[in-house]
Write a protein that binds this ligand. Structure first.
Ligand SMILES: Nc1ncnc2c1ncn2[C@@H]1O[C@H](COP(=O)(O)OP(=O)(O)OP(=O)(O)O)[C@@H](O)[C@H]1O
Ligand SMILES: [Mg+2]
Length: 311
């Protein structure tokens, strides 16, 4: 299987021959990211997220180990063609219009001159900035600039989009808009890797997450396999009062909804799960059950807390 990103014992220590960091910024990172997903890279300040991204983008070199993008070294020209990147602190020339700025980006991405105008139109439409094409970047809000940042990152129609903290500093509405753009990229077949501190948003749009702390990867994988089950939620259809009455005995929470249906919450106990499974066989179609899981935020703090105890 070829991974979109694969790191093997990847380590980085900053400093010169005379001065070296005591602790590596990144310590033996092993990571395998499959294709077709949005990957959320989490960790507190200084964890090593930007360092990993810089190694992936060939902006710095590792001390040890390696990182491959689509099975290739990040320095290969083919990788640069297939990857779009938005850094954590992008600098925009305030006197350029969105059109002019994207024109320069298209040129740098070696998009043929005849195609440039239509490509700019395409990305401005994707990030919903068409009506601001002729306005100067200096007058844009942070949310608008982030959208232009994404536009430049997708101008070469990349197979992988790498975003370093794209949601930071945006208001809830701006974050929502940007998340829709990111999810849209996945639907179009682009792989997405982004770092973030905003766990609530990450939980909403990411398929896989990884947590980094002090240069060490604490976990990585599909969200639903990382978050432990805290119980189950059962929704009983309107009119199934007999079933609702039977389920109520073991529920830790119940609510009757205005349409006459019921919602129940059950703890994660195997005997209760067994009872519910049996009920489902006896009354097929009368209710649906979904596992309820801990919040990503609780999982994140639990992981960081545990790693501090071990250190
Ligand atoms: N150019 C540099 N020179 C020296 N040390 C650096 C450099 N860049 C990063 N570091 C150090 O490496 C460690 C990891 O930093 P990095 O920027 O990768 O963290 P991060 O997870 O991106 O943090 P943040 O959430 O604040 O962006 C930190 O201790 C940081 O101080
Ligand atoms: Mg960073």
């Amino acid at each position: 299987m070829e991974y979109v990103i694969e790191a093997e014992n990847l380590s980085k220590t900053y400093g010169s021959f005379f001065w070296k960091q005591k602790k590596p910024a990144l310590n033996k990172l092993n990571l395998q990211i499959p294709s077709g997903i949005i990957y959320g890279f989490l960790g507190p300040n200084g964890a090593g997220k930007t360092t990993t991204i810089k190694l992936m983008m060939d902006l710095i070199r590792p001390k040890e180990g390696k990182i491959l993008v689509f099975g290739m070294e990040p320095s290969e020209a083919e990788v640069k063609k297939q990857v779009g990147f938005l850094p954590d602190y992008p600098a925009f020339s305030s006197y350029l219009t969105a059109n002019e700025f994207l024109g320069i980006c298209a040129k740098l991405s070696q998009i043929p001159a005849l195609e440039r105008a239509s490509r700019i139109e395409e990305v401005l439409d994707t990030v919903k900035m068409t009506k601001h094409a002729g306005s100067k970047l200096g007058g844009f809000s942070r949310g608008m600039l982030q959208r232009i940042g994404i536009a430049q990152a997708i101008i070469n129609r990349p197979k992988l989009l790498v975003l370093d903290e794209p949601l930071t500093g945006l208001d809830p509405h701006g974050r929502q808009e940007l998340m829709e753009i990111i999810s849209d990229q996945k639907r179009k077949g682009t792989n997405v890797f982004f770092s973030s501190h905003i766990l609530y948003d990450v939980e909403k749009i990411c398929d896989h997450v990884g947590i980094l702390n002090e240069g060490e990867l604490l976990c990585s994988g599909p969200i639903e396999s990382l978050l432990s089950e805290t119980g189950s939620r059962v929704h009983v259809k309107h009119g199934e009062n007999e079933v609702a009455k039977l389920l109520m005995e073991d529920a830790t929470g119940s609510i009757k909804l205005p349409d006459g249906s019921w919602d129940f919450v059950f703890p994660a106990k195997s005997e209760i799960k067994g009872k519910i499974d049996e009920m489902q066989l006896r009354h097929p179609g009368s209710f649906t059950m979904t596992p309820s899981r801990e919040k990503l935020e609780d999982f994140f703090f639990r992981k960081i807390e545990n790693s501090r105890k071990i250190m």
